[in-house]
Design a protein around this ligand. Structure first.
Ligand code: ZN
Length: 310
């Protein structure tokens, strides 16, 4: 035994065998580049190499949207679980239980309130991580709760959509949420409150065919799939080659279904600006300051004029 084998070798071994957590790195789904998860999260889950927007959780969206990441989620009304006693390869109740345990959400929508740019706002986020963001009775009720809260607070409603469509396990009840949520949008309209929709990848089926397409302003993250029936179904039906970028944000913006395509990092300032422009109760602070400065100058000049005449 030498100093080398007794001291240096174990030291080296312990250095080499130090536990390295295997969840530090991930690969970009689009360009396959290795990315440090910490850096990716700091970059709002947008690949710094190719700009691909990765899926975000409902709580991440909320934190990115509200001032200082502070928001208050509201308790959503309880709904009857599994109204049809549905079972496919698994019981619907078991699928719900598993989704609730995985996401710590009650259903596929999270509703919260807080301030955006100092102005009161209500935000609803669809959680794709909860059964693919599918719309059942609970989601319809959550959307209506968000509309009612916005009306109560005289605040704008912003919704981030992400959905695979209607929840087939609830059959006709899931389809009934389309007119129900449409009534919610109408309630906002009657209260003259802004309703802003931010489409994220993917927004499809009954969600895109109801409240998602009824916004006062439609914003979409780059390259998000926004469709009723997906491109594969359409291609098989019409038996024709579909145009490039069909049903993606940029294509829909060119064709008038989407107003603005905005990168994720651009969303917080854009939402602040839009709320400030659209909210009748909360004027643009910068604009009102400008107006008061101009008015102040005018009244100063008037005073000077009156003094001069006196
Ligand atoms: Zn990438």
């Amino acid at each position: 035994m030498s100093w080398l084998t007794e001291y240096v070798r174990p030291k080296l071994r312990s250095l080499l065998q130090r536990d390295i957590p295997d969840n530090l790195w991930t690969n970009c789904e689009s360009c396959s580049q290795m990315l440090l998860i910490r850096d990716l999260e700091r970059n709002m889950k947008v690949c710094p190499h190719c700009g691909h927007h990765m899926r975000a959780t409902a709580h991440e969206r909320m934190a990115w949207t509200f001032d200082g990441g502070n928001y208050t989620p509201i308790e959503l009304p309880p709904m009857p679980v599994d109204p049809l006693g549905f079972r496919d390869s698994k019981k619907y109740t078991d699928r719900l239980k598993a989704a609730r345990a995985k996401t710590e959400l009650d259903d596929a929508m999270l509703v919260a309130h807080g301030t955006i740019g100092g102005m009161q706002a209500v935000v609803a986020v669809m959680a794709f991580e909860f059964l693919a963001g599918t719309m059942g009775a609970a989601l319809g009720e959550a959307f209506l709760a968000a509309c009612r809260l916005a009306i109560l607070q005289k605040a704008p409603l912003i919704i981030f959509t992400a959905s695979g469509g209607a929840r087939m396990q609830e059959g006709i009840i899931s389809l009934m949420q389309m007119p129900r949520t449409t009534i919610g949008v109408q309630m906002l309209r009657e209260a003259k409150l802004p309703y802003i929709v931010v489409f994220t990848n993917p927004t499809t089926g009954g969600v895109s065919a109801s409240f998602a397409m009824l916004g006062d302003i439609h914003i979409a993250e780059p390259n998000a799939l926004i469709a009723f029936a997906g491109p594969r179904v359409i291609k098989d039906t019409v038996r024709e080659e579909l145009p490039e970028g069909f049903q993606r944000s940029e294509y829909l913006c060119e064709h008038g279904m989407v107003d603005i395509v905005a990168k994720r990092q651009e969303l917080p300032p854009l939402l602040r600006r839009l709320i400030s422009l659209l909210s009748p109760t909360e004027p643009d602070h910068a604009a009102s300051e400008l107006v008061s400065t101009v008015m102040g100058k005018k009244s100063d000049t008037k005073q000077q004029q009156s003094q001069a005449t006196a």
